[in-house]
Design a protein around this ligand. Structure first.
Ligand code: GLN
Length: 392
């Protein structure tokens, strides 16, 4: 049998998705892979039912069904203050997972360097490798997960082609301030680099923090390739609807990459999703309020674990420090947690370039009763973990 490519040997399987399989195998409450255990709004379910019955069932326009692009352009123009053209600025993709891959393949030549903040959402490194680029890591220092301007400057001095910016950030929960974004913008302009943003958590931000759309900063639209998704905003992670928003010259390339990768996102679901994109502002306010309540509930339980943790400013993850329990191996800890405590988390080391083994990530995109059940199991975790026979 021939060998598979060297490329596939250069990155590992997703640890996040592995943890979901492990959670299922052990019947644990799954706070690892971030997706809701509640349904999308009723209007979306009704629209999906309608599309299932009446179609369309054949390919949509490869870069996105017109109705979807129009609704998306209207919604994103409203929230960003930009004037997004549905015909010139958008490619609809299979989730932001594809959007990021499309953005990277459109922006980068093989051998180019790309700045990735560490900890990072694990896809970014695979995206970088698959597009032939080489990551330059810049730490977001725990527990506050801020970058050091000098370290970022040094990374930009290596003349990267792009920087990947997840904001609000997975897994750290950071919402970058306007001033941090301006620093990134200034350095990116000096290096003439693209800024590829992943803004899938744009509507999950906890006051007083505010989300700033990078593309909407003065003069930055042309430099920015925005990747977004409907997954988190409308609780439809399985619909796989995402998008790239960028300047026409970038979109021209992105359309081709997307076309040859996947042809298009599911046509009936694009039609159905228009109902979500047309929801009034009150929907987003309610979404924020509901996530704030989940955050308060879950952080309340984390407070009873006896472990230290970073309060998230946005997104729906919390990073917990296991060092005080005496464990030094986050993977072994997560294994023990899933089997003995019945709660699944993601070992933090899968998000870090640096050898960090004292953090684990929980997500709280769950119904209150699920968070309550998981939370009850986590009370007193530090003591219990400290006394666990297999502690490493
Ligand atoms: N974004 C989610 C997470 O970080 C899920 C990602 C995925 O598995 N596609 O857990």
């Amino acid at each position: 049998m021939p060998d598979t490519s060297r490329r596939v040997a250069t990155f590992t399987e997703s640890v996040i998705r592995h943890m979901t399989r492990l959670a299922n195998a052990h019947g644990a409450i799954n706070l690892s892979q971030g997706f809701p255990d509640f349904d999308p709004p009723e209007v979306l379910k009704q629209a999906a039912e309608h599309a299932g019955r009446h179609g369309p069932h054949q390919y949509a326009v490869t870069w996105g069904a017109p109705a979807f692009r129009q609704a998306l352009a209207r919604k994103q123009s409203h929230f960003t203050g930009l004037s997004i053209d549905p015909d010139a600025n958008i490619v609809v993709t299979c989730g932001s997972t594809e959007a990021m891959m499309v953005a990277m393949m459109t922006a980068c030549n093989p051998g180019d360097r790309v700045i990735v903040f560490s900890p990072f959402y694990e896809n970014y490194v695979a995206d970088t490798i698959l597009s032939g680029a080489e990551p330059i890591y810049v730490p977001l220092h725990p527990p506050a997960f801020r970058f050091d301007e000098a370290e970022l400057r040094a990374a930009f001095a290596q003349k990267p082609k792009a920087i990947i910016l997840c904001n609000p950030a997975n897994p750290s929960g950071r919402v970058f301030t306007r001033s941090e974004l301006q620093t990134i913008a200034q350095l990116a302009a000096q290096a003439d680099a693209f800024v590829i943003t992943d803004e899938v958590y744009e509507h999950i931000v906890f006051a007083p923090h505010l989300h700033t759309y990078f593309a909407a900063l003065p003069g930055l639209f042309e430099r920015t390739i925005t990747c977004g998704s409907l997954s988190k905003t409308y609780s439809v992670t399985g619909w796989r609807l995402g998008y790239v928003i960028a300047a026409p010259a970038v979109i021209a390339g992105a359309r081709k990459v997307h076309d040859f990768l996947t042809v298009g996102a599911a046509a009936p679901l694009q039609e159905a999703a228009v109902a979500g994109l047309n929801l009034p502002d009150s929907y987003y306010a309610e979404l924020q309020a509901s996530y704030r309540a989940k955050r308060e509930l879950f952080l309340g339980f984390l407070g009873q674990t006896g472990l230290r943790f970073t309060e998230p400013e946005g997104a729906y993850y919390a990073m917990v420090d296991i060092a005080d329990s005496g464990w030094t191996d986050d993977r072994a800890f997560c294994d023990w947690l899933v089997k003995e405590v019945g709660v699944a988390a993601v070992p933090g080391s899968s998000f870090f370039h640096e050898p960090v083994h004292n953090l684990i990530r929980f997500h709280f995109a769950k119904r209150p009763e699920t968070l309550e059940a998981a939370g009850q199991r986590l009370i007193g975790l530090r003591e219990r973990a400290a006394q666990a026979p297999g502690r490493v």
